[in-house]
Design a protein around this ligand. Structure first.
Ligand code: TA6
Length: 312
């Protein structure tokens, strides 16, 4: 049972702990008993639970949490690229680095803090990093847990000095679902998408919702700022609201590919779907001193809830 809001002490809203490898994590709580846990490894949101303690993000049971690679699941920050190109690792290096807590971040609008438990993280390049991506940036991430249990991630990329640079970005969000056959994604009807399984060829979504009967990996471009992921079995809908993230990645690997990977458990693909706010088709270019902001908020509601009311 959560604390009555009236006596909620914001001092227990955030707690610092360590994971099994001694890496720092920050636990966010609200007065209703919901929580989120953020790792300094990659700025990864490794857990998001509702007021009943139900885990809303998928994490592979094969996760060992060791080594430099992001653990499969949760929500990872993909920067400065999404996908694999050039010498950078897939989905960029940011999610494989150790971030720091930013004790004195540049201010954000009140909507990103009032009544919320939140933590600010910061990633700056080391001299080593600058050898593989020679751009002087600051990447800030605020993770917020609202009084209603909503999870919000606000990322800011600033070009500190030197020459302009371009980047793509995604919140790689593994949502927990009862079974992928029960899932439909709404809000992307009639949108064009790049199909990563067909050499990024461009298609137009014809269905009245996206359902899953095989592997899907698509980048819906210039998409609406509100997308719904319905889990019929659990009678739960995730509403994704985004700003500054024109594209949406929809992915389920289906059966074959996970079998060849050590970090997927048996049939785990059935219990996750990735629906990611992203900026991929048209990368962002920043001149020195310029800053980009990308916001993603995920709301988990009973499917009977009127989702339209949650969109902007
Ligand atoms: O979002 C889809 C994707 O690009 C897939 O191609 C697959 O490689 C996946 O990302 C990898 O994500 P992970 O979290 O395992 O690094």
């Amino acid at each position: 049972m959560g604390h009555p809001a009236a006596v909620w002490d914001s001092k227990i809203a955030t707690e610092r702990v360590k994971d099994l490898n001694g890496i720092g994590q920050i636990v966010l709580r609200n007065s209703q008993g919901a929580s989120a846990k953020v790792s300094l490894h990659g700025g990864q949101v490794v857990s998001w639970r509702n007021e009943r303690g139900e885990e809303l993000l998928f994490a592979s049971h094969k996760v060992n949490g060791k080594g430099p690679k992001a653990t499969r699941g949760g929500i990872t920050v993909c920067f400065p690229q999404f996908g694999s190109c050039g010498s950078l690792e897939q989905h960029g290096f940011a999610r494989n680095k150790i971030w720091t807590v930013d004790e004195n971040p540049p201010s954000l609008p009140a909507k990103d803090s009032s009544g919320k438990s939140f933590v600010d993280l910061l990633l700056k390049p080391t001299d080593e990093d600058l050898k593989c991506w020679p751009h002087s940036f600051e990447l800030r991430l605020r993770v917020c847990l609202g009084p209603d249990g909503n999870l919000a991630l606000i990322s800011r990329v600033r070009n500190i000095h030197g020459k302009p640079f371009s980047f793509s970005f995604a919140y790689h969000s593994y949502l927990s679902v009862s079974d992928i056959s029960e899932v439909r994604v709404e809000g992307l009807e009639t949108m064009d998408y790049l199909d990563n399984l067909c050499h990024k060829e461009r298609f137009t979504e014809q269905g009245d919702a996206i359902t899953f009967e095989a592997e899907i990996e698509r980048v819906y471009i210039s998409s609406p700022n509100c997308v719904a992921v319905l889990d019929h079995e659990r009678k739960r809908t995730y509403v994704l609201r985004k700003e500054g993230l024109p594209d949406v990645v929809v992915w389920n690997p289906w059966e074959k590919k996970p079998k060849s990977r050590a970090d997927w458990g048996e049939d785990e693909y059935r219990h996750m779907v990735c629906v990611n706010g992203a900026v991929i088709e048209k990368p962002v270019t920043l001149k020195p001193g310029e800053e980009w902001t990308g916001r993603s908020e995920i709301i988990a509601v009973p499917s009977s809830f009127c989702v339209e009311g949650l969109c902007f």
